[in-house]
Structures are given as C-alpha cells and as structure tokens.
Ligand binder design. Structure first.
Ligand SMILES: [Zn+2]
Ligand SMILES: [Zn+2]
Length: 435
C-alpha cells in the first residue's frame, strides 16, 4: 500500500489544511486499518529504523564529534511499531500538505500576476570551481578559487520570464550576501517596469539562509530603500523547492566549462563574467566582496538586536509593508494569495501573526515613541543612496519630546539598534527619535 493511499484512507480530504494538520473533528483520530488480529499486537517484530547518532572521528590527531544518520535494527512489540508509525504519519500529513499547498500557490500566482507585481524565484547554485585550461590538460589541480552563483527567475505580467545570475568571488551565502546578490536585480526590475510596487519572493526553506530573522530584516529594509510598497517571501517545504532557478546555474556552469575546454581560463568572477556576457541571454551582474562586507557592517548592530520569529522553521510566508517604517512583519504557517485585489498575499488567512523584529530590551520602565510601545521604528524613510543621514536620540524626563537643537548629540543611523534603554540611571526616562 502506498503512503498516499493511507493518507486518503485516514483523512476526509487531502487538500484540506484542517484534515492534514490533524485539526478536523471528523478525521483527527482516524487510524489506518491494519491487516492482522488484535492478539498479534503483542507479538515481537523487527524493523530497520533511520536514527541520528553521535559519532567520533579522528582529524589531524584530534578526536572530533559529528552527527550521522544511520540505520538500526529494532525489536519490539508490534503495538509499539504501530504507535511510532502513527506519530510519523501525523508529521508526514503536514509535510505532504505543505509541499502541495506551497507549490499550488506558486503556480497560481505565476499564472495570474497583476501589473504591479513581480515574482522572484531564487536560489544559490552550487559554487563553480574555477578552472585553468592548462590544469585540465595536465590534470593538475591546486587550490582553486570558487565563484558563488545566485540564480533568479523573474516573472512579470505580459512578458517572458527573465533569468538572472549574479556572480561573486565571495563564497558567503549569508543574508548580507543574499542582499548583495538580490539588490542589483531589484534595481533592474524597477528600472525596466517602474509600475511594480509589490514583490513576491519564492525560495527554498529551512536548508538555506533565506528563512531567518536577518534576511527578513534586510528584506524590509531593501524594499523600502528601493521604493517598493510591500512584499511577501514564500518558502517551499524543505528540500522541495527545486526549480527553474537551478536550471540557470547548470547552464552557466556548462558554458564556463565549454570555454575552458576551448583553451580559456576561468580564474575568477570577472573573467567568468567577460566570457559569459556575449554568450548567454541570462542577465549577469558581478557582486563584489566589499558589497557584502558593507551590508554586514552597516547592519551589524541591528543584527545583534533582532528577535527571531517564533517557530521560524514552521512558517512558509512572511509579509512586509514599507509604509509604516516599523520593524514589524506578518508571518504565517502557509502562503496565501486568495484575494484578487491589491491586497493579494496580504489577507489574514491561516491565523496570521504580527512580529516585531527589533525589540527594545528595557529592564527598567522605559517608554519608546513608536507605533507600539516596545518596537523600535525604522529610523527614517529610506530613499536610495541616502547614506550620510543621521538621527538624533534624546532622553527627557517629561512626556513632551525635546526640541532638536545643536546640543542634542546625533548618532549615525545604523547604530539605532544599539540603543540601550537600560541606561546607567535609575530614573524613568522617555526616549525620542527624530531626524
Ligand atoms: Zn477531516
Ligand atoms: Zn487568504
């Protein structure tokens, strides 16, 4: 019997979230039917199980520990095996539904995009190992440089999908790197289709750096910086997001290998770029290592104050709106684009929740002037290339904001996350931001 048949047997509808999440009153407790007598339940049975084990290994005369997935033979009563199976089945039902649902919303959105929307499907391809023609001939490989390839497919209404590949000598794939790779693409989209104000990103889930607080923070920051109004980021169920974006990586690598076999050298990103640019319709951009370092250092203080979204691993969609300049995002367990209006992707289905990414951490009573009492606002309305703005912070013992004057110390915008509300004084102060 196939697993899908067992699912069909134990739930009312495999396309219903309530049924598949074991939240349906009718089928929640339905078990599969087993083909044996009750008495058999107490017989011993043997089965093979995958388990994660701590294993020790030697490296450079040191004993190190790692985790390994191995098979193990177990012998227990059949009843115990049934319990185990049903527990796994509950998890599998959710997993199966998530794969189907996320793929379905992806497909539906792609076929019904509106004039103001762009859909970006992105992924890091496996790094390309640089090759020299001479090395290939002599089969001598020394230490070789690697090139990061971040690939994206862009969908907009009434136009063909566009393929992008951004290349970098940095093998960093962290959120700062993701944004060094995505930024030139968003700028290009805005230039080519200026009416786009809503971005829907689709990417792989937990196995990558995409699904985490730093990426969520930078997403909001860059959408605002590049004058987009709102965006959703949608995650495929883990390990089920392979896509056209992977295909681009393959095309690029094959093109580079062909150049090497024709006598050329691919030693770094700039040689790769110049060899590729005349030979592919994929849009290419080079990402400098310094771009990544700059994003990291600019946001380092904020990164340290970020609060993770509860149960991040379980979520499949976040929503950001740049209008309110706060650090709040919405998140939910599944993506939804049920509404055909401009609010599409921003409906409140699937028990949507709000989360403040940058919380103040007052240990004493402190009030902040922000939309909510404990969520620091983004420090300014970002417009492109406003890097030398500064903000003022002041504390006041009364409830009226102090007037900005030359006496008020100004601090660079990017350190706003470092504001320590627990100052050395035991007095109750109110802190104000203004620009
Ligand atoms: Zn049901
Ligand atoms: Zn909805």
């Amino acid at each position: 019997m196939k697993l899908i048949n067992i699912l069909e047997e134990t739930v009312c509808d495999t396309k219903s979230k309530e049924c598949m999440y074991s939240e349906c009153n009718i089928c929640e407790t339905t078990s599969p039917t087993y083909n044996f007598t009750k008495a058999k339940k107490y017989d011993n049975v043997t089965w093979i199980e995958w388990i994660t084990k701590d294993v020790e290994y030697e490296k450079n005369d040191e004993t190190k520990k790692t985790k390994k997935v191995v098979t193990e033979s177990k012998t227990e009563k059949l009843e115990i095996l049934i319990n185990l199976f049903e527990k796994e089945l509950t998890k599998f039902k959710e997993h199966y539904f998530n794969i189907w649902h996320q793929y379905n919303v992806y497909r539906n959105l792609k076929s019904s995009l509106q004039h103001n929307e762009v859909m970006i499907h992105c992924d890091f391809s496996e790094n390309y190992t640089c090759k020299m023609h001479r090395q290939i001939q002599s089969a001598h490989f020394g230490t070789q440089n690697q090139i990061s390839l971040h690939t994206s497919v862009i969908y907009v209404k009434s136009s063909k999908p566009r393929a992008y590949c951004t290349l970098s000598d940095s093998t960093d794939h962290s959120p700062a790197a993701i944004w060094a790779h995505l930024r030139p693409i968003l700028i290009d989209i805005k230039k080519k289709v200026p009416q786009i104000n809503t971005v829907h990103v689709f990417s792989d889930g937990p196995a990558t750096q995409y699904k985490q607080k730093k990426n969520f923070y930078l997403y909001k920051l860059y959408l605002e910086d590049l004058n987009f109004e709102k965006g959703t980021w949608n995650f495929s169920e883990s390990y089920h997001g392979k896509s056209a974006a992977d295909g681009i990586g393959g095309v690029i690598k094959r093109l580079l290998d062909a150049k090497v076999s024709h006598g050329m050298d691919v030693s770094d990103t700039s040689t790769a770029y110049s060899l590729l640019k005349e030979n592919t319709t994929v849009n290419l951009f080079c990402v400098k290592e310094s771009d990544i370092i700059e994003i990291k250092s600019k946001n380092q203080t904020a990164f340290e104050s970020l609060v993770p979204v509860p149960k991040t691993m379980k979520i499949h969609q976040i929503q950001v709106e740049t209008e309110n300049h706060s650090n709040e995002i919405n998140y939910r367990v599944l993506s939804c684009f049920c509404n055909g209006s401009s609010m599409r992707g921003f409906c409140d289905c699937f028990n949507i929740k709000r989360h403040c990414l940058l919380k103040s951490r007052p240990r004493k009573r402190t009030r902040l002037t922000s939309d909510s009492d404990d969520c620091l606002p983004l420090p300014f309305k970002r417009t492109a290339h406003t890097t030398n703005m500064s903000a003022a912070i002041s504390k006041s013992e009364n409830k009226t904001p102090p007037v900005s004057s030359k006496n008020i110390p100004t601090v660079p915008i990017d350190i706003f996350g470092a504001v320590d509300c627990d100052s050395d004084s035991s007095d109750i102060f109110t802190y104000y931001w203004y620009y």
